[in-house]
Design a protein around this ligand. Structure first.
Ligand SMILES: *Cc1c(COP(=O)(O)O)cnc(C)c1O
Length: 398
């Protein structure tokens, strides 16, 4: 079949460009020590920033949720899939975000990908203009495209460029869209200045806090809390498969925005509601995140971040300027980043080698992610291995 030949040729090209992805098979729960393709590895690549993915109380809550609510929801939220477990979770998020968004209400989605798509397609449209940060997550990019809005992409962190675009816009609906913490760079969007611009121009500010929720701000309430922001212009997306350790996502915004999403968001309406047991387990995650244990975990995570930055100082493994759990090391070429990742794996260390199209061409990187579940000694194993490689692996000619 000609189509198969064509696909195979394209796969061969990816292989030649060192861009073929391989899935590793994991035989143990998400934790620093994992059994991967039959080998024990110390992992620095998950987004389980607080170490809750395999927390015994969360696991037990998931099992209890299944006993109380069953395995599946049976239908979408607008048919019979909307459980009291979802309601309780939405009310809790609304309460969390009420300090930052007046008349806050929340709506849960099955995944962050769907939340972003569902949000942008419902709010956007031919009369809307979207202002999208260059390094936004794929789900925001796809949501923007599918929304049929005019899309203006502005350079990373460039407030002046954003101000210029907003000033030129004649659109009836203006929406600025950004990651809160950039997933591949680890830096935080300059939200206070962005919000000021949005208020001046009557724009909404959509903040995808996939990597800040649970980690940043007072009691882990995320990036809006980190900056102390409050405005009806804010639309907040939290994802629940990362620091919260389970799965799913929610959008929190002014009541009117949320009602519009519930009525019009196709990614909310035309999909089976996530199992209510997940919502039940998430209530336990939130207890841990906002309680004393969460405080201790965030404290420990911050210490690990400082440790890794300090121990890699003065090596060729220049970290991007990030104070979050995402600590990227730019290596450059696709081949080199794979060689470095393979050398680490030889020593039992698993760090993600991130290549285009996830990051711009020429900026392939190791994406080191830290978790409160790591010990200081484990973080030290990674930095010692990198320091040893610094002298052992010849640097690729530019
Ligand atoms: C992971 C991620 C998402 C997608 O969330 P899922 O729940 O995994 O679908 C969205 N935005 C950002 C910035 C992310 O890192």
């Amino acid at each position: 079949m000609e189509l198969l030949d064509r696909l195979q040729r394209q796969l061969d090209q990816l292989d030649e460009a060192q861009l073929l992805r391989r899935r590793r098979v994991v035989a143990t729960p998400c934790a620093p020590e994992m059994l991967v393709d039959g080998r024990r590895l110390l992992a620095f690549c998950s987004n389980d920033y607080l170490g809750l993915a395999n927390h015994p109380e969360v696991v037990e809550a998931l099992a209890e949720g299944a006993r109380v609510h069953g395995a599946g929801s049976g239908a979408s939220h607008l048919i019979n899939g909307h459980s009291r477990a979802h309601v309780a979770l939405e009310e809790r998020f609304a309460d969390w975000l009420s300090a930052h968004i007046p008349c806050a209400r929340a709506l849960t989605f099955s995944t962050g990908y769907m939340a972003n798509m569902g949000l942008l397609t419902a709010l956007g449209g031919p009369e809307a203009e979207l202002f999208s940060e260059e390094l936004n997550h794929a789900s925001l990019i796809d949501g923007a495209r599918l929304s049929r809005s005019a899309v203006r992409v502005y350079p990373h962190g460039d407030i002046d460029a954003l101000a210029g675009l907003l000033a030129q816009s004649r659109a009836a609906v203006k929406i600025v869209v950004t990651d809160g913490v950039f997933s591949m760079d680890g830096d935080i969007a300059p939200l206070p200045a962005m919000l000021q611009l949005c208020e001046r121009h009557g724009a909404l500010l959509v903040v995808d806090d996939a990597h800040g929720f649970g980690v940043l701000g007072a009691r882990g309430r995320g990036v809006l809390s980190h900056f102390g922001l409050r405005s009806p212009h804010l639309v907040y997306v939290g994802t629940l498969g990362k620091a919260a350790g389970v799965a799913g996502a929610f959008v929190a915004a002014h009541d009117t925005v949320i009602e519009w999403l519930a009525q019009r968001s196709r990614q909310y309406i035309f999909t089976t509601a996530s199992p209510p047991a997940l919502a039940h387990a998430l209530m336990k995650s939130l207890d841990l995140i906002e309680g004393e244990e969460g405080e201790q975990r965030r404290l420990h995570l911050r210490a690990l971040i400082a440790q890794v930055k300090q121990e890699l100082c003065g090596t060729r493994w220049r970290l991007l300027d990030s104070d979050t759990a995402i600590q990227p090391v730019i290596v450059g070429s696709n081949g080199e980043v794979q060689r470095v990742a393979a050398a680490l794996q030889e020593q039992g260390l698993w760090v993600g080698a991130i290549r285009p199209p996830t990051v711009p061409p020429g900026s392939a990187r190791l994406r080191i992610t830290l978790s409160a579940a790591h010990t200081a000694q484990q973080a030290g194993r990674l930095t010692s291995a990198l320091r040893a490689l610094d002298s052992a692996v010849p640097q690729e000619a530019p």
